[in-house]
Design a protein around this ligand. Structure first.
Ligand code: NAD
Length: 369
């Protein structure tokens, strides 16, 4: 299998964490005989410096011509005085739009080794493993008309969805639930909003094609509470753009560190994979960046683009094992854990690499028997 990946590492800690993710993908390729072709292209601040644009045409062309795009992060303090459409972040927004993904996937997982990192009690988070499927191209963020009339003091945004937009993202959620614990929680505000009534009716209609999946509905306000009280009860959470933005950030506290969170945006021309965190200029170049979000993002790429589920799981297991052996980057360190060993970005990448090799070697040995 040959997979062409455009790497847009970007700014700050972006290149540091992306390098570790690419290293992991290379080791999967080497051990299993897959072939990845990596094409490195500039985006964000580095692209502004080199080419005067946060998304040079060559980067966009390469991205559109690949099977997947792996992004680090963009942004830097030196660009903060530029107008919004000239800043590094504008390059990422343009890229997301051009790639056209409508389903944003964000896992929130409680790693047992990190149970002290969450502000929630370990007995509440233990075993939680939630996958958010957030609609990304519709709703309030894009609906027209939109305006702010400063004279009258009136501002307006429009929450708009079509049936087809709901159908396509609901299908993604149901299909992913089939590979997980077979439950979809659809989140809306159907007691108040007509858009949510359309959302709910459409999700019910789509659910009829997936009789193996249990569907439940929650109002967004109740869901915000249940996520904190009983996170284990969720499997796939399907919701619209604004609700998904807020709820997936809320649920990130289950994991306990921004540096641990991967994401994927699928359904468009080319899938986009990126850790949730930004360019973290405060720690760039210090070796303190946690590469696990980027490494777990690479695992999502293997799962959703390359369909290498076993290898995706091997990476996820390797991350869990390294954490359970006590290794921590600075963001994960806790004063009450005497057995932890603080490691740099490179060291964390190498540890995951070593454990991954062990896992894949063992798997191959079992196949050979
Ligand atoms: P940030 O995510 O970069 O950092 C927030 C805090 O978390 C910082 O203290 C940082 O050190 C820490 N952190 C983030 N990722 C980490 C990691 N992998 N390991 C250890 N610690 C980590 O958010 P911010 O400070 O609000 O923004 C910094 C820049 O990044 C801004 O220019 C912003 O616009 C940009 N940004 C980019 C993206 C993206 O590229 N997807 C996302 C968010 C912010």
């Amino acid at each position: 299998m040959r997979i062409k990946v455009t790497i847009v590492a970007g700014d700050g800690i972006g290149p540091e964490v992306t390098q570790e993710a690419v290293h992991i993908l290379e080791s999967v390729a080497q051990l299993n005989g897959h072939k990845f072709q990596f094409i490195e292209m500039p985006i964000g601040g580095v692209a502004i410096r080199q080419h005067g644009s946060p998304l040079p045409a060559a980067t966009l062309d390469a991205a559109l011509d690949s099977d997947a795009v792996l992004l680090g992060a963009v942004g830097g303090n030196e660009f903060n005085s530029l107008p919004p459409d000239k800043r590094p972040e504008a390059g990422l927004l343009q890229l997301r739009q051009a790639l056209g993904g409508f389903a944003n996937l964000r896992p929130s997982i409680a790693y047992s080794a990190l149970s002290d990192n969450s502000p929630l009690r370990p007995e509440v988070t233990a075993g939680a493993d939630i996958l958010f499927v957030r609609e990304l191209l519709g709703g309030l963020y894009f609906g027209e008309p939109r305006s702010w009339d400063r004279k009258t003091g009136v501002a307006l945004n429009t929450m708009r969805y079509t049936r087809d937009e709901v159908v396509r993202v609901a299908r993604v959620a149901f299909e992913l639930a089939q590979k997980r614990r077979k439950k979809v929680t659809s989140v809306d505000k159907a007691n108040v909003l007509e858009v949510s009534q359309l959302w709910r009716a459409t999700v019910v209609e789509v659910a009829a094609q997936y009789p193996d999946i249990t569907l439940e509905h929650q109002y967004v306000d109740a869901c915000a509470m249940h996520l904190m009280n009983t996170p284990r009860n969720f499997d796939v959470v399907l919701t619209e753009n604004l609700f998904g933005d807020i709820l997936s950030d809320e649920a990130a506290v289950i994991t306990g560190s921004l540096g641990m969170l991967p994401s994927a945006t699928i359904g468009g021309k080319v899938n986009l994979y990126e850790p949730v965190h930004g360019s973290a200029p405060d720690i760039a170049g210090t070796g303190k960046a946690n590469p696990l979000g980027a490494i777990l993002t690479a695992a999502m790429m293997l799962r959703h683009t390359a369909e290498l589920e076993q290898d995706a799981q091997a990476i996820e297991s390797a991350v869990q094992r390294v954490l359970s052996r006590g290794y921590r980057t600075a963001d994960l360190a806790r004063t009450n854990q005497p057995n932890q060993q603080i490691v740099t970005t490179r060291e964390m990448g190498r540890l995951v690499f070593e454990v991954l090799n062990e896992i894949i070697d063992r798997r191959q040995a079992m196949h050979a028997v």
